[in-house]
Design a protein around this ligand. Structure first.
Ligand SMILES: CO[C@@H]1O[C@H](CNc2nc3cc4c(=O)[nH]c(N)nc4cc3[nH]2)[C@@H](O)[C@H]1O
Ligand SMILES: [Zn+2]
Length: 381
């Protein structure tokens, strides 16, 4: 039995501002207790309570509106009891804008050792020290509400993409049962629970699971099970089919996605929210995103290059430093290289989404997406 699932006031509320004419893109505003989020939005990932290499002041300067935290990482270190004692996650990390936490299921399977999944939940050993832990729908919701994120995610299983259909069908049914347990455990006080739809690349399973998950009235819904190694075209086709299955008047969140081309393409399919480690992780590996394509800063060609990473970019890194200097820092393993590269890549992703929002508002997103895709393909060629 599902119990009362009406979304009480005071939680996040999605305002659909404009629907594009030529595509399924939407412009929206997600009202949260920590302020509004303009959608479509890219959310920087702050796995253990920090977006690696930059501080909350940098994120505010970059106009990041919401960042992500991870239940799996934070429960292992420093542990949610300590964060609770320090006043909750926002206070602990000095971030007073919106936050979203993932529920831990995905990370259990992508990071921990010796994990075992049962109807109850997941038992696993920490990738840090091998200590034993467990997560269940109830425990994941309790931890996330203790952390105090504005948006919390249902505890789901993201089935390995190598699993066969029978396994997938059993997993979907269990994830649906787990969602009902999450709803029961959810206090509906400060955090808003989003459901997660699975189904791999099978359209019939996506449709069935979307019906089951969206039968529960929630403030928002996510597409899980993508960006797990499938080909980009397969992910784009899957999202094109699955995104419109989610309610029109609720935010649609595509988890773990993606490249700049993924973002533009999936906005076109009707997705409103994205998160990905790409800009921050690539920055630390010296891979920089520019309007002319990707730039590998350690390339010898840049040894005496006085130009900024991207002459069209207005970020601090591009306004202040040359490619030659950034290459030197990276080669020397300087900590400053991490910071400057991350500032630039986050600026690129966040500015791209600001351009996307403007194009939708001005009803020219179809041509924006077409031009962006043409340029991206020309650069890949
Ligand atoms: C391919 O890059 C790797 O993969 C991650 C991005 N891809 C991704 N797919 C996800 C799916 C889910 C899901 O189904 N459920 C829940 N709860 N969270 C999820 C989080 C996800 N993140 C990066 O972290 C990177 O390591
Ligand atoms: Zn820049």
């Amino acid at each position: 039995e599902k119990g009362d699932t009406r979304v009480p006031p005071g939680l996040v509320r999605f305002e659909l501002l404009h629907e594009d004419t030529g595509t399924k893109a939407r412009r929206g505003r997600l009202h949260t207790p920590h302020g509004p989020i303009e959608t479509p939005i890219f959310m920087p990932v702050g796995t253990v309570g920090s977006v690696k290499g930059v501080g909350p002041d940098d994120l505010v300067n970059l106009d990041a509106q919401i960042i992500l935290g991870n239940t799996y990482h934070l429960m292992l270190r420093p542990g949610e009891p300590l964060i609770q004692e320090m006043g909750g996650l926002h206070r602990f990390i000095s971030w007073d804008r919106p936050m979203l936490t993932d529920s831990g299921g995905f990370q259990v399977f992508s990071l921990s050792e010796k994990r075992k999944i049962t109807e109850e939940g997941a038992a696993f050993q920490s990738h840090l020290d091998g200590s034993r832990h467990s997560l269940s729908p109830e425990r994941s919701i309790a931890i996330q509400e203790t952390l105090g994120a504005d948006v919390i995610m249902a505890f789901d299983e993201c089935p390995p993409s190598t699993e066969d259909r029978p396994y997938l069908e059993k997993s979907l049914a269990r994830t649906t049962r787990w969602l009902h347990r999450c709803v029961k455990a959810w206090s509906r006080e400060r955090s808003s629970l989003f459901g997660i739809v699975q189904g791999g690349l099978h359209e019939d399973l996506r449709k069935r699971h979307a019906e089951e998950i969206c039968a529960v009235d929630l403030p928002g819904y996510a597409l899980g099970g993508y960006s797990v190694g499938e080909a980009p075209e397969a992910m784009h086709a899957g999202v094109a089919y699955s995104a419109p299955l989610l309610p029109r008047d609720r935010p649609r969140y595509l988890m773990g996605v993606g490249t700049p081309l993924d973002l533009v393409t999936c906005v076109e399919q009707g997705v409103d929210m994205f998160d990905c480690v790409l800009p921050t992780r690539c920055a630390r590996n010296g891979l920089l995103f520019t309007s002319e394509g990707k730039l590998v800063i350690r390339n010898a060609a840049y040894a005496k290059d006085p130009r900024p990473v991207d002459p069209t970019c207005s970020c601090y890194t591009c306004r202040t430093f040359s490619r030659a200097y950034l290459r030197h820092l990276f080669a020397a393993g300087e900590i400053l290289a991490m910071r400057l590269n991350t500032l630039h890549n986050l600026h690129y992703f966040l500015t791209l989404m600001a351009d996307v929002r403007r194009a939708i508002s001005e009803d020219r997103f179809a041509s924006f997406a077409k031009d962006f895709r043409a340029r991206a393909h020309a650069q890949e060629a």
